[in-house]
Every structure is written in structure tokens, then in C-alpha cells.
Design a protein around this ligand. Sequence first.
Ligand code: ATP
Ligand code: MG
Length: 225
Amino acid sequence: MSAVGVQCVSLTHQYPGTPVPALDDVDLQVEPGARLAVVGRSGSGKSTLITLLAGLHRPTRGQILLGEIELSATSEREMLRLRGGVFSLVVQNPGRNLLLYGTAEDNIRFAQRSAPRDERRSLPAPADLLGELGLGPLAGRSVSKLSGGEQQRLSIAVGLARRPALLLLDEPTSQLDTGSRDRVLDLLASVCASTGCTVVAVTHDPAVAEALGASRTLVDGRFVA
Ligand SMILES: Nc1ncnc2c1ncn2[C@@H]1O[C@H](COP(=O)(O)OP(=O)(O)OP(=O)(O)O)[C@@H](O)[C@H]1O
Ligand SMILES: [Mg+2]
């Protein structure tokens, strides 16, 4: 699928029962095919932003446009169609993206099963996708026996299983040692080079921002210069 851009206009989100918004009047523009890291300390609003972009909850105020699609005007049914197909979210804890009792290849296959039949025909074979991302050696291995870093890289591959137009990542390098982190960064670089999809990652890790080549900083729910 060709890349889509992301636009947020006056995006505000306040969780019920909290005194201040977690995201406060945020504007953001990411061009189709561009990469952006949103960096910030714990509690700055990163996960709030990425889950809003993934349509997991509705903003208190403001607009989110994924290409021509306005998320706030999207029904739950339409959101299901978009999720995985047009965009895909890799959440913070790799285990939560994966079926632990299957192999790496099973996980790609399972993600592709949610695609409509006509789309499925054009998707890469799981082994080919893993190979393309340098994860061929993991293909037949049980996910429960993979290391945290291997699970993280497989999570990204699963996020790409349906060739989304937009890949959203929450903390792709958290809880990893330096070697595993470097391998995730190499994988992100190859994703950018080979798929052309738009990538937005939220992270506390400056190395992710460096790997993606562009960043914005969130402080207390607002972008700062
Ligand atoms: N479900 C929720 N209900 C109430 N408040 C929440 C909820 N989720 C997050 N918050 C609050 O919103 C603010 C932003 O949280 P968020 O999880 O977006 O931060 P973050 O930058 O992702 O932090 P971290 O780096 O620790 O993951 C914090 O003050 C947090 O306590
Ligand atoms: Mg977070």
C-alpha cells in the first residue's frame, strides 16, 4: 500500500478524572513516506499520542487525518478495516504483539489472515517477509523461546505483515540491551529503505530519533522547539 501522511490539528486528550490534559493542543504533520520520532520523558504524552493515532481511543478535542481519512469521523467497523491494513501499531511490550505459542512464521501468517481475500493474494509469503527484514533465521522458531530483542524485531515484522501505509511504534527499543537495541535500529533502517511506508515512533531513546532522521519533542503534552 502506498504511504499515507499524518496530520494532527489542535489535538487534545484529557483522561477522565485527571486535572490536566495528557496531550494539549498539539499540531503535527508527517508527509507520506516520511519518518518521525516523537521523544519525551516518561509521562510526557507519547503513548497517548500514538494510541490516538492508532484509533484506540478518541481525542477529547481536535482532528487526526491519516491521508484523506479523518479518524474522528470513522466508525468502529471502519477502524477495524484500517487497523492492520492502512496502519499498524506495534505496542510497547513485544510479547503483547505476538502469539507466544506459535512460530515467527505463524505470527506473520496470523496477522495476514485478517486481510480481505483479494488483499491477501498480494501479500508476501511469511518466510519471504522475514527474510527481507533479515529475520529469516527466526522463521521456524517458537516465539516463547525468542529473546526480548528477537521478539521486538519480530513484532515490527508482524506490524509490516499486511504492508501498511503507516507504521506506528511505541518504544521500539525499551527494555533491550545495547546489542539488541542496535539490531532493532538496523531493522528500522531497513524498513525505511525497503517498504517506503510512513513511520512514526514514540520513544525516550535518542538513538531511535537518530535512526529515523527527524524528531519532535513532547514536554507535558506539548511540542517544544
Ligand atoms: N488511562 C489513563 N488514565 C488516566 N491517566 C492516564 C492514562 N494513561 C496515561 N495517563 C496519564 O497521561 C499522561 C501521559 O501518559 P503517557 O502514557 O502518554 O506518557 P508516556 O510519555 O508514554 O510515558 P512513558 O514514557 O512512561 O511510557 C501521564 O500523566 C499519565 O499518568
Ligand atoms: Mg508510554
